[in-house]
Design a binder for this molecule. Structure first.
Ligand SMILES: [Cu+2]
Length: 147
């Protein structure tokens, strides 16, 4: 056995260990991201004057496309809330790639719809501003956008 062989073996071991570690770290990142990604298609929210059921019709949302957002608003007695003003702001978490703001219009009593356009793939925060009976409420949720 030549001294060179020993050196070669330890290099090989080193690279193998390095490779396995890199694989493990990569997997850990992937696992972690899987875990915190994929907010649900429909979210339910309770606020001071009632409840909101918030759905993104085609989910995950598509980047640079119109995505139909729907909210159903009920008061504390469970009756639809008519004639509310709704605005939604989309912004990407921990990024400055630009916000997207749109309004929602009432499509049926207490049911509102509007189109949101995420600008990049990833997780977005949607903040809904609701004006009803001279009160303003803010409700937030997360959503996933893909290409
Ligand atoms: Cu971004």
């Amino acid at each position: 056995m030549q001294p060179n062989d020993n050196v070669r073996t330890s290099y090989l071991k080193f690279f193998l260990i390095f490779f396995l570690l890199a694989l493990l770290i990569g997997f850990a990142f992937w696992w972690f991201q899987q875990d915190e990604a994929d907010p649900p298609q429909t979210t339910e929210h309770a606020f001071d004057s009632g409840t909101i059921r918030w759905t993104i019709e085609d989910y995950p949302a598509k980047v640079l496309h119109d995505n139909q957002f729907t909210v159903e608003i009920k008061d504390t007695q469970g009756f639809p809330v008519h004639d509310a003003n709704i605005k939604v702001k989309l912004d990407m978490l921990s990024m400055v790639c630009g916000d997207y703001v749109f309004e929602m219009t009432e499509v049926a009593t207490g049911k509102y719809g509007g189109d949101g356009i995420p600008l990049m793939a990833g997780i977005w925060k949607a903040t809904l501003t609701l004006e009803s009976n001279e009160q303003t409420y803010e409700i937030s949720r997360l959503l996933k956008a893909i290409h």
